[in-house]
Design a protein around this ligand. Structure first.
Ligand SMILES: *[C@@H]1O[C@H](CO)[C@@H](O)[C@H](O)[C@H]1NC(C)=O
Ligand SMILES: *[C@@H]1O[C@H](CO)[C@@H](O)[C@H](O)[C@H]1NC(C)=O
Ligand SMILES: *[C@@H]1O[C@H](CO)[C@@H](O)[C@H](O)[C@H]1NC(C)=O
Ligand SMILES: *[C@@H]1O[C@H](CO)[C@@H](O)[C@H](O)[C@H]1NC(C)=O
Ligand SMILES: *[C@@H]1O[C@H](CO)[C@@H](O)[C@H](O)[C@H]1NC(C)=O
Length: 371
């Protein structure tokens, strides 16, 4: 709960203090003091820790301490002992510990039902549709195996569509690596086309300015290797275009001209620079195409929930592509910052020894308190 409150405070403070630019955070490490975000929103704890504020601050806005997250298998209480991002504090019986949960989709391997997404059952080591559904799927991707999606009219799993198939006016979805895209700017007919494929001037429907590869394949129609984005043309139609020139000057004062840009600030500075959300071009395009191929080869149902977990099909098989993708935006990190942000799934949050001695003592203390 305290973690949740401090997160809310942190987000609120960042929102208020940095309508202009919020990038470039100074980094403090485990055991070091971290300022209250209302006092200094520009300082954060390193990735493996969070800022813990004691229960009864002697003074308002007192500083906290950067406190290490509990790793996989370690004791947790959702308070001081909070699990690292991506792990759940879980107790079946006995003391709770941090575990990877809810990452396996229908047909994937599981050790218990807690590993299956959407409350599905684990039978004979595979996730299967939960018995209570009596054979009916209930959400588009969740209750169907790879190669299928749920027809929300009949509640039956139906095969996904292949490239070139019409995807307007149907309950069927385009398959992995494909996207439902208009055939022209009239936007009446849609077909399944390869993600990241449409050329200059082609019609598109989703003006996504920012995308990530965190357990997902971005839904982008336009060819990233040609550095195209789906933008409105002079007639107000969405087509694949090269983005306009980047706004120059100090954006901390005036902001950026285009809504496909954001204002980034280096650590400890209000000298904002406008940048695209992603680095477009051949290398980024290659990362996306490699990820699609990997998802298809390994039959990952990545549109279901749980795909951003370290234990998901996509991370287990294609993690290196997502973690080393070349689509990241301009870096504003320097020696004072914690480095560039990485997706949670890119950190294996395994504890080296199953239970750390200090935590083991904490458990004994807790058990002693309880009984
Ligand atoms: C941070 O750690 C110091 C030294 O261990 C301690 O005196 C202080 O009370 C801690 N502050 C919080 C907010 O937990
Ligand atoms: C979805 O289910 C409805 C109702 O049974 C059916 O009429 C329709 O053809 C199905 N759509 C597909 C693409 O299978
Ligand atoms: C757009 O496609 C629709 C359906 O395929 C077609 O009827 C229409 O004439 C096309 N419009 C243009 C401008 O090509
Ligand atoms: C940029 O704008 C911010 C906010 O108005 C200001 O604090 C900063 O000094 C400016 N930087 C430069 C180099 O003018
Ligand atoms: C984490 O632990 C699990 C089970 O103990 C093991 O299968 C997996 O390989 C470990 N991952 C890493 C990166 O050490």
């Amino acid at each position: 709960m305290k973690l949740f409150i401090s997160l809310v405070i942190l987000l609120a403070a960042i929102g208020a203090a940095s309508a202009d630019c919020s990038y470039g955070q100074r980094c403090v490490h485990v055991g070091e003091s971290c300022p209250h975000p209302a006092v200094d929103p520009w300082t954060t704890c390193d990735r493996d820790s969070w800022c813990f504020f004691s229960n009864n601050p002697a003074t308002p806005y007192e500083s906290g301490n950067c406190t290490a997250y509990a790793k996989r298998g370690e004791y947790c209480d959702n308070d001081y002992w909070s699990c690292a991002p991506g792990l759940e504090c879980f107790s079946n019986e006995g003391p709770a510990s941090c575990q990877y949960l809810y990452f396996a989709t229908i047909g994937e391997d599981c050790a218990s039902a807690f590993e299956c997404t959407n409350g599905n059952d684990c039978i004979d080591g595979k996730c299967q549709l939960r018995a209570s559904q009596e054979g009916s799927c209930s959400q588009t991707w969740e209750d169907c195996p790879y190669g299928f999606s749920c027809n929300r009219t009949s509640d039956l799993c139906i095969p996904t569509l292949t490239v070139g198939a019409s995807c307007s006016g149907t309950r069927a979805q385009c398959g992995v690596g494909l996207i439902c895209s208009p055939t022209n700017t009239t936007m009446t007919d849609y077909t399944c086309v390869a993600i990241n494929s449409k050329g200059l001037g082609a019609a598109c429907s989703q003006n996504t300015f920012s995308f990530n590869l965190d357990g997902r394949i971005p839904d982008i129609e336009c060819d990233v290797s040609q550095s195209l984005l789906c933008l409105e043309n002079n007639n107000g139609e969405l087509t694949c275009q090269a983005p306009p020139a980047i706004t120059t000057g100090n954006c901390s004062t005036d902001g950026c001209k285009e809504n496909n840009e954001y204002c980034g600030c280096p650590v400890d500075s209000y000298n904002g620079v406008c940048a695209l959300y992603n680095t477009l071009g051949a290398a980024c395009s290659e990362s996306i195409n490699e990820l699609i191929k990997c998802a298809v080869d390994n039959e990952c149902q990545y549109k279901a929930s749980g795909s951003s977990s370290y234990k998901s099909c996509l991370y287990q098989n294609c993690g290196s592509i997502m973690c080393d993708n070349k689509c990241g935006g301009q870096s504003f990190s320097d020696a004072k910052s914690c480095g560039d942000y990485k997706y949670d799934g890119c950190y294996a949050q395994n504890s080296s020894s199953f239970v750390r001695p200090t935590i083991f003592l904490a458990i004994i203390a807790l058990v002693a308190l309880l009984f």
